[in-house]
Design a protein around this ligand. Sequence first.
Ligand SMILES: [Zn+2]
Length: 250
Amino acid sequence: MTDDQLLRYSRHILLDEVGIEGQERILASHALIIGAGGLGSPAALFLGSAGVGHITLVDNDVVDLTNLQRQIAHTTARVGQPKVVSAAQAITAINPEVQVTALQARADAALLDTLVPQATVVLDCSDNYATRHAVNAACVRHGKPLVAGAVIRFDGQITVVDPRDAASPCYACVFPPDAAFEEVQCSTMGVFAPLVGVVGAMQAAEALKWVSGAGPSLAGRLLMLDGRAMEWNTMHLKRHPDCPVCSAAK
Ligand SMILES: [Zn+2]
């Protein structure tokens, strides 16, 4: 590490759980972030500020005025720009050392099969079940850790899928792909702005813990936040023996 890097990352290096070795692992890591919206914004900014060496952002949308209430990587001046380009600018403004790959695309299975194997850790910051299941399946296929977050209205949730652990459930063990979950979108249901910050920052925390080796992960637990009462609930998760995604892969 250079003298400037020792200063920039000094407050991480001071942590026993991270230290020089953990920070070097962060600098050498590659995070794949699916979605550059409410969750992807804080996740990308914290991974960038913390020095993740390479961040790949995937999102098909452009910045819209209705995004700015909560998608903190974007600005009024960047309305109309691709979200991945806007978020890349925000990361670079904080930390020009980070290599950012901005892909304006939909995260389908083919693209994920190209991107997931290159990543150290994958963050699902998307806003729909189809993408969540595609990202989960790709992470299981390629044995990559997944940090999955979701927020709607005043409710948030986060979990980690650890494909290296045979006992660890995948996202589809908990939310079966064929189940008729009601798809709820921010555009119709609303979303309380700071909750995407809370959950997105936690996704960054789990990703940084994973790549640096600081602390055990959230794998096997689903944390659910009720933002009205401001209460967390923990659900302990088990692998589903007949899960269509991870039982076939093992
Ligand atoms: Zn599964």
